[in-house]
Design a protein around this ligand. Structure first.
Ligand SMILES: [Zn+2]
Length: 115
């Protein structure tokens, strides 16, 4: 369950950013997570519920935007969307491809209340 490790980092980063901004409460957190990271949204939510109490993140709404994988074929230049299990180029069948999106693990935005 690597979601717990990911959320530990997220809660630490968000808490530090909120404290730097002088915020008393974080109201919303939006994450962008690539499908290729294999994280499970429900597990992230669960980890957040476990970690947030006692921090400024307690009670915040966690939004998770899942980013679908997208690759570029280095043989024929085709750019295409795919799932976690089918990465080879749909146009020429090559496996010589570069992942363009789908490995994101970003905090996209946070909203805070500042007293
Ligand atoms: Zn190709």
């Amino acid at each position: 369950m690597h979601e717990l490790g990911i959320m530990t980092g997220v809660v630490q980063s968000v808490t530090a950013a909120a404290e730097d901004a002088g915020a008393s409460q974080v109201t919303d957190i939006t994450l962008r997570m690539g499908r290729m990271t294999e994280v499970i949204e429900e597990a992230l939510q669960f980890a957040f519920e476990a970690l947030a109490p006692g921090t400024v993140c307690e009670g915040a709404a966690l939004h998770i935007v899942m980013v679908e994988p997208r690759s570029l074929c280095l043989e024929c230049g085709c750019e295409y969307d795919h799932d976690r299990f089918h990465m080879s180029c749909p146009a020429c069948g090559s496996g010589n491809v570069k992942l363009l999106a789908g490995r994101e693990m970003n905090i996209e935005s946070i909203e805070v209340d500042i007293p």
